[in-house]
Design a protein around this ligand. Structure first.
Ligand code: ADP
Ligand code: MG
Length: 738
């Protein structure tokens, strides 16, 4: 058909209400209208849907849209029906949620030609009866959304996507438009090949998200760090991603205990709860959603201000996709990832038992994650390079590595050595192998090729394998070498690399960052308990006694200086002091609104007062900051937790609180049952013999036991005292059964 620019713009305005196209939308739409196959690569939020929805409305016949997100189909269909007022038939979907009668209605509309767009889940498209039916209608074109699902190298492989091409052949030929928000060169080539559209017009927008800030942090005290970050950003929406459901639950609870409005989201939750939690996040009833990757696909919330990865994602693509949910409105978007090599090893372990090919792919993708995380190069450059895009700015100014650049060195000689090695091995080897040879590590692979015998073996043994890997990674970014797409990973020397070898020019290289190898086991329950209790201890507004002293001091000082008190430090600053107990000028600066100038000018007396107060009251200061508030905990519970935190004997606590031991145990049991972990060992160890603890633990551990208090008292009451049973049960609940 012939479509004038005018008719395309009119459709845009009349149906979608937009005045102009975004990016290359118009060119895509024109090409599709002209019957050409198209391949659209646009970052999330780029406006891919319009690229097929608009031409579908203009063309004769029905556009078949393959999309993996059944949950979102209804929304999409509703949206299109909204554009075309009063015409329910214009859009439909085929998926497993339809019953027979609904399906018949949809088919009737399709037959009558009223339906312009049909969304189809890949499973439904594969069904013989559906294929047979679709053969009978006129198809305007096929759109394959989230097209990366077709590739095993993508972050969301769906085997059914591979059947699209043969099914299209059966239903009847029409142009194909494939769309995705993430595609490495390997995935791109897979998409074109598997869909059988080698000559498709490729529309690729830049994947740069200039407003996003990227940072990778050592995974030390990540829980606390996250609380601190969120508390410094009150009222902002954010996502915290964890890999396991268990960690999601723990983290959500930990944030809640610390007064942050957070909810969990993962596939193990009841569908209703999950939907509710998502809605609350979208409606801003909660600020933070703690989620596995199941959350976020198709989430359109434009003002997500931060995305935190507590656990590093399995691939750089997933990382890009998930961080991409921040700042879709172009405003602030902070992306922080916690990294520990141990997590990589854990992910590797998860892969064991999967088919070998899948493991191979998984490992390669993980290697790239490691390279990204440990690199000292501009993160933007690394990410865009990963998608085959050059980022030519030297310092992006908005990532950790650009804000804190590492010293560079002239790596001419090192790069030459690498390039020569690659050529001498006929460009047949992968990065890790090359790095091992230069560092002189005789790995099994190296030995199996007799590469421990060649002249290059150990030629760079003054440096580590990591060093050499970093050199190669940078050579790739500089296009001196390239990774084979088909074989994925074999490294060859480019034309530019050959020129460099002949006539080397100065190269600025950086060494990778060193990350801590300290154990960061995320079962840091003790820390959680301590923090939770510390938080509880300070209640909502910090240490009231200290706050009063600080206010007096401020008044006195202000009087002396002839200034209004708030000019010294505002109330939020004093409040933070009563929570954080800073005792150095350095620490003081962690308080709200306390800059370097103020800290130096007025801070001395304040930190001196706090130091004295801390000493006199034997306050156990949190090492760097303190978590806050205990929404929903009664005053009595807070007092108990705070005393346990200070390791008072339970008898003393009972006495202080004017309770008897049984009441106190009741209260503690109720605290523990809501998820707060307490460390009672200091008391239990002085009260109960080890062997009794062991015996009781064995009992609680046994399979047949449910662990309720009544059950335990009934079964054990004749051999042990009630206090022994209850204390051990508490210990068990806090240490084992959670
Ligand atoms: P993608 O699928 O690429 O992530 P969507 O198709 O969901 O992006 O579009 C993202 C947002 O951009 C939507 O809210 C959509 O309404 C909006 N949008 C799309 N095209 C335009 C346009 N030409 N002008 C203004 N907004 C647009
Ligand atoms: Mg989309």
């Amino acid at each position: 058909m012939t479509a004038t620019s005018e008719s395309i713009h009119r459709t845009l305005k009349d149906f979608f209400g937009f005045d102009s196209f975004k990016g290359e939308q118009e060119q895509v739409i024109r090409s599709l209208l002209e019957g050409k196959d198209c391949f659209v690569l646009m970052p999330t939020g780029g406006g891919k849907s319009l690229c097929y929805q608009l031409p579908a409305l203009m063309m004769e016949g029905t556009a078949i849209v393959v999309s993996p997100l059944i949950a979102l189909m209804k929304n999409q269909v509703d949206a299109i029906r909204g554009f075309v007022a009063g015409n329910e038939s214009v859009a439909h979907f085929f998926n497993s949620s339809l019953n027979k009668q609904q399906m018949d209605e949809v088919k009737a509309d399709l037959r009558s030609g009223k339906t312009k767009i049909l969304y189809v889940a890949p499973e439904s498209l594969a069904k013989g009866e559906n294929v047979a039916f679709l053969k009978t209608i006129k198809v305007s074109f096929y759109a394959v959304d989230e097209a990366h699902c077709i590739s095993e190298w993508g972050h969301d492989f769906r085997p059914e996507y591979r059947r699209i091409r043969p099914i299209v052949d059966t239903i009847g030929n029409a142009p194909i438009i494939a769309l995705t928000a993430t595609a490495t060169p390997k995935v791109q080539s897979d998409i074109l090949k598997t869909l059988g559209i080698p000559d498709a017009l490729v529309f690729k927008s830049s994947f740069n998200r200039p407003n996003l800030y990227y940072e990778v942090k050592d995974k030390l005290d990540a829980d606390k760090d996250i609380v601190r970050f969120i508390r410094q950003n009150p009222g902002k929406s954010g996502i915290v991603y964890c890999l396991s459901r268990r960690k999601v639950e723990e983290m959500a609870q930990f944030l809640q205990i610390n007064g942050i409005k957070a909810l969990p989201y993962h596939a193990g939750l009841d569908a209703k709860v999950r939907a509710e939690n998502q809605d609350k996040f979208l409606m801003e009833d909660v600020d933070v959603i703690v989620a596995t990757i199941a959350f976020g696909m198709g989430i359109d919330k434009p003002d997500i201000r931060f995305v935190i990865h507590y656990d590093i994602p399995k691939s750089v693509e997933s990382y890009y996709q998930e961080t991409g949910r921040a700042g879709r409105d172009g405003q602030e978007g902070v992306c922080i990832t916690y990294y520990s090599y141990k997590d990589i090893q854990k992910l590797e372990k998860f892969m064991q038992g999967k088919p070998v090919a899948e493991q191979e792919i998984g490992k390669q993708l993980l290697n790239e994650v490691v390279a990204y995380a440990e690199s000292s190069q501009c993160r933007r450059k690394l990410l865009l390079g990963y998608f085959g895009e050059d980022y030519l700015v030297d310092n992006c100014g908005l990532c950790d590595n650009c804000l804190h650049p590492k010293k560079v060195f002239d790596g001419r000689l090192e790069m030459k050595l690498v390039l020569r090695l690659i050529l001498s091995l006929k460009e047949h080897f992968k990065l890790e192998h090359l790095a091992a040879i230069l560092a002189g590590n005789d790995t099994a692979m190296v030995k199996s090729y007799n590469h421990d015998k060649i002249q290059y073996f150990g030629a760079g043994d003054e440096h580590s394998e990591r060093f050499w890997a970093a050199v190669i990674h940078q050579g790739l970014i500089m296009h001196l070498m390239d990774k084979e797409i088909e074989s994925y990973g074999l490294i060859h020397v480019t034309e530019l690399g050959k020129q460099f070898l002949e006539n080397p020019w100065p190269l600025n290289l950086v060494e990778d960052r060193q990350f801590s190898s300290v154990d960061t086991d995320d079962d840091d329950d003790d820390e959680m308990a301590a923090s939770a209790a510390a938080g509880a201890m300070r209640g909502g507004g910090g240490d009231a006694q200290l706050l009063a002293l600080l206010k007096d001091l401020r008044k006195d000082l202000a009087h002396k200086l002839g200034l209004q008190p708030w000019i010294l430090f505002g109330d939020p600053a004093l409040e933070d002091m009563s929570i954080l107990y800073p005792i150095t000028i350095e620490e003081l600066r962690n308080c709200q609104g306390v800059g370097e100038g103020k800290a130096k000018k007025y801070g001395k007396e304040f930190v001196a007062l706090i130091a004295k107060y801390v000493e006199e009251n034997e306050i156990e200061r949190p090492d760097d900051f303190v978590v806050k508030t205990t929404a929903g905990k009664s005053d009595r519970k807070i007092k108990i937790i705070s005393q346990i935190d200070r390791r008072l004997a339970l008898d003393d606590i009972a006495h202080n609180m004017d309770m008897d031991m049984i009441d106190l145990l009741d209260e503690i049991e109720s605290i523990v049952s809501t998820g707060t972990k307490l460390n009672l060992n200091y008391y239990i160890n002085t009260q109960i013999d080890d062997f009794i603890i062991d015996e009781l633990f064995d009992w609680f551990r046994s399979e047949s036991v449910e662990g309720t208090l009544d059950e335990a008292l009934g079964a054990l009451g004749s051999d042990y005292s009630e206090t022994e049973i209850r204390l051990c049960r508490l210990k068990f609940l806090c240490e084992v059964a959670s």
